[in-house]
Design a binder for this molecule. Sequence first.
Ligand SMILES: [Zn+2]
Length: 82
Amino acid sequence: MNVVWHGTNEEAFDLIQAIENNCDCKWTDDTKTLRVWTCDVHTAFVKDQAWLDRLVHARRNAAILKGQEGEGEPPPSHAGSC
Ligand SMILES: [Zn+2]
């Protein structure tokens, strides 16, 4: 099954960096030209649509919560509500 990225380009770059930081793949040597075992994170990245969608959702929720707590970016405004 092919997966489709539903996040932004910035979110994709951050995810790729996070995967590289948490990768546990096994390679034939230090040049990393031939992978002999694929880690769970890389497997999910290419096969698990629900996992990718949950990552985007969780990241966005975390940003909203941080904004509500006065950390990071403010939450999106809801003009016209109240
Ligand atoms: Zn990996």
